[in-house]
Design a protein around this ligand. Sequence first.
Ligand code: EPZ
Length: 433
Amino acid sequence: MARLIIDGGKPLEGTVQISGAKNSALAIIVAAALATEGESVLENIPHDGDVGTICLILRSLGVEVWFDRKGHLHVNGRTLSKHQAPYHLVRKMRASFYTAGLLLARLGRAEVPLPGGCAIGSRPVDYHIRGFTQMGADIVIEHGFMKAKCDRLKGTQLYINRSSVGTTVNLMIAASLSEGVTTLENAAKEPEVVDLAIFLNGMGAKIRGAGTDVIRIEGVDTLRGIEYTIIPDRIEAGTFMCAAAITGGNVLLKNVVPEHLRAPIIKLEEAGVIVEKGATELRVIAPPRLQPIEVETTPYPGFPTDLQQPFVACMSIADGTSVIRETIFDRFRYVDELRRMGADIKTERETAIIRGVAKLTGAPVEVTDLRAGAALAIAALAAEGRTELYGVEIIDRGYECFEGKLRGLGADVVREETMEGIDLFTAESPLKA
Ligand code: EPZ
């Protein structure tokens, strides 16, 4: 176990390089294993915990996956041979359910543990399962696993109940090698979905309409590995924009797609932040004090649920009352931790009402989920005094070199290993005589 010790109060200044998009990488790494000819070489893959987990899952299925010295990820799906994904890895991350689409498309058989609830509420996979069933898979849920079989998936017209990134990704992966044409209606329009479509088309897939709410996938017989560069992570970028804004800083973000950040940029501008846009960079200049805003999270191109938490942190010291509505997940549990730092936040069902206070004060706090962890860290950067942030491994799941990048901008952050979780009976135990 580790914690971050953050001494707040320093405006962030300097330049930060944004990594590749975690959620794009997870989809593309799995999709790369659809190929039976050649390997894919993936660039700009973030070196974070979730990427590590998906690579281990693919390896357990027989796929060759390895990082070269340049940090590029090689994926060779030719050796994919096992159809059962291991629970001890899948349980760590919902995106591992993408292996269901891969296994059905490649082997006609998949046994994948159902992801349970998680710290951001119930996260069912019923849309994914309905899609596979409509494509001809026989599915039973047994012993915590989705067990599915099919000869070859058949293209069909699928309506997704609610815009869902995971369902769109999983069904695109499955449909790429299916027989005939699959149409996904009410598909997710997130940049990560578009990135996946561009990658799959490069491999030889026939996908049209990604980025709109109707995606048409004409199944092909085989796909081949390619070289591909993943898009920059818009959520990491938005998090660093908030870190600059909350600390009164002036930060240049490099390796970003400003277009992917339109809604968060508009909201930051409403809050008084100056955002200068270049082709692949953004400069963020904070005002003397942030102004309150109203935000509602909605599917892309709306305001992303993954930036709700850093924005709540920013608004906790704004000059007035902000209202933030979360419509995608149950994602306000971390607010209790912000309150421990002096924030004045009331939550009622989907809505948080944040009365800006003059200052936050450092406190020991616990990371409840990935984005909440980032939000607590940036609150700590602005707080008076010291914050101890426990459960930092959760932040490591989705941010490459998080505290290193913050330190590069002048933040006073160090990581400390804690004693918790130590096995008292091993030879290394500090309590052993
Ligand atoms: C993806 O999750 C992201 N994860 C999430 O990022 C992100 O918050 C979310 O999309 C929304 O943008 C990855 O890409 C790996 P959904 P996903 O399916 O695909 C409901 C992070 O921190 N739903 O778009 O799981 C669901 O409950 C993570 O990086 C069903 O009811 O989200 C939610 O209310 C967290 N049944 C809504 O749809 C289903 O079968 C949208 O969820 C599927 C979804």
